[in-house]
Ligand binder design. Structure first.
Ligand code: NAP
Length: 473
């Protein structure tokens, strides 16, 4: 717990576990409601001075944070693998991605421009000014335990906001490591505060109702995001919501089925399927279905589940046993309703995996719209394939969801690619591309996948108010 520039180490604690082994890897302070209020008060007190620093000063601190994070890339990645489970190589990539947000927003801080607008009156001038929103409350998930923090703190601090952050209960150690960097980079006391808690509800209530907090930024499930947005509504707090997804992955018959299957295998099993942009429904045009399934099955069977610290591991554990149960329920439901199981479909408990949360990489075909997996976010290593015949039908099927975060399209035909891109109701669309994300690109969803964008210029706007001056001269 880091409040007003101080590390607080006294008080009740909760344990943190390695999901690959079930072994405790440490503990953190379980903060009280009074301490959360202290953190908000520290952020409120720090706001006037921090918001008046120049963009160059804020940029210099964020740049130092970027340097420190990249210097510690390996140590941070090892911590992340131990705490969250992803293979070390993926953790190294996440630390780099996380650091990118610090550098990108360090640069962008210097480009928070206002504007002047011509008036219809000759004696009048309009001046548009951008200023920091105020104290920001941030809540982050466990699946990307470093980058989800910097994607919020980078732009918030660049804009001149101060912040209180609550990380996920499963991954507070990564959050502590991020705040150590902020501290060493010289961030003034109170500008960013960390509260680690085992019960998120009381903190959520404080974040949504405290008058000093002007903005809530949340990444997590749609259900929790909706309830927080509702609780923040009476004070009309600004909210950003990065929520769940149910990404369609459409493979047209002019695409190379081997290339497309390779793309699916890479993005679907990334982070053991625990990504908001993970493909949940894979639509394949019937003509190329067999060769697509053969290639995908071959690649899935080569995946090696294990502790992410082992070099041979290509897929890590799930975060906890509840995740295994949810996934298994979806798989069993699909099979009971006629889906074909090509590989996987069970918890892994052999070869030293018995204490961990492992599920075998799974391939299902003949998936249909009445199955749970067609509607519910899976958040696990299950590839669910659906055959289609017609271009218009597949767009309608892809859009038939309350979610609207990511979608993917594979085709060699430019017109088809553009038509589909325009028709899909999703915020992020990869066209023959499985990684349409970057600190420089706006990330966020439509419909029940969220409100607002992170990354890019849009990500900075989320932390800025627009103020108009009308001057009579
Ligand atoms: P979650 O259960 O909603 O939790 C997310 C965060 O909210 C955690 O810090 C959690 O704390 C906290 N939380 C839970 N209930 C709360 C409450 N009543 N009041 C205040 N805070 C509360 O989601 P998750 O299982 O950690 O993350 C997976 C979800 O996040 C998926 O749906 C995924 O798609 C989504 N996600 C979205 C994006 C995106 O950018 N759109 C990125 C990553 C993940 P505890 O850990 O203590 O429960």
């Amino acid at each position: 717990m880091y409040i007003n520039g101080q590390w607080l180490e006294e008080g009740p604690t909760f344990e943190v576990y390695n999901p690959a082994t079930g072994v405790s890897i440490g503990s953190v302070i379980d903060v009280s409601n009074e301490q959360v209020l202290d953190a908000v008060a520290a952020a409120e007190a720090a706001f006037p001075a921090w918001s008046k620093t120049t963009a160059y000063e804020r940029s210099a601190i964020l740049t130092r944070c970027h340097t420190l994070m990249m210097e510690r890339q390996r140590t941070l990645a090892e911590l992340m693998t131990t705490e969250q489970g992803k293979p070390l190589k993926a953790a190294m990539n996440e630390v780099k991605y996380a650091a990118d947000f610090l550098l990108w927003f360090a640069e962008e801080a210097k480009r928070i421009y206002g504007e002047t607008i011509p008036s219809a009156r000759s004696d009048q001038r309009f001046l548009v000014h951008k200023q920091a929103v105020g104290v920001v409350a941030a809540i982050t998930p466990w699946n990307y335990p470093i980058s989800m923090l910097t994607r919020k703190l980078g732009p918030a601090l660049a804009a001149g906001c101060t912040a209180v952050l609550k990380p996920a209960e499963a991954t507070p150690l990564c959050a502590v490591a991020v705040f150590e960097i902020l501290h060493e980079a010289g961030l003034p006391a109170g500008v960013a505060n960390l509260v680690t808690v085992s019960d998120p509800k009381p903190v959520g209530e404080i974040f949504c109702t405290h008058r000093a907090i002007r903005k809530l930024t949340f990444t997590g499930s749609t259900a929790v995001g909706k309830s927080l947005a509702q609780a923040a509504a009476p004070q009309l707090k600004r909210v950003s919501m990065e929520l769940g997804g149910h990404a369609p992955f459409i493979v047209f018959d002019d695409a190379d089925p081997v290339h497309a299957a390779k793309g699916v295998s890479l993005v679907k099993f990334l982070n053991t399927g625990q990504a908001c942009i993970s493909p949940n429904r894979i639509f394949v045009q019937r003509k190329i279905l067999d060769s697509f399934l053969d290639t995908l099955q071959g690649r899935i069977e080569k995946l090696h589940a294990g502790d992410g610290m082992e070099p041979s591991t290509t897929i890590g554990p799930l975060i906890n046993h509840a995740a295994i149960e949810k996934i298994d329920r979806q798989v069993q439901d699909a099979v009971a309703q006629g889906a074909s199981l090509h590989s996987g479909g069970r918890r892994l408990t052999e070869d030293g995996l018995e204490e961990g949360c492992f599920y075998s990489p799974t391939l299902l075909s003949n998936v249909s719209s009445d199955m749970l997996i067609y509607r519910e976010e899976t958040f696990g290593p299950v590839a669910a394939v659906i055959a289609f015949d017609d271009d218009d039908d597949v767009v309608a099927m892809a859009n038939d969801t309350d979610y609207g975060l990511a979608a993917y399209v594979y085709t060699q035909n430019l017109s088809r690619a553009l038509r589909t891109f325009e028709a899909l109701n999703f915020g992020i669309i990869g066209i023959n591309d499985i990684n349409p994300t970057s600190a420089a690109a706006p990330f966020g969803g439509m419909k029940e996948s969220g409100l607002g964008r992170e990354g890019a210029r849009e990500g900075l706007e989320e932390y800025l108010e627009t103020k108009l001056g009308g001057l009579s001269i």
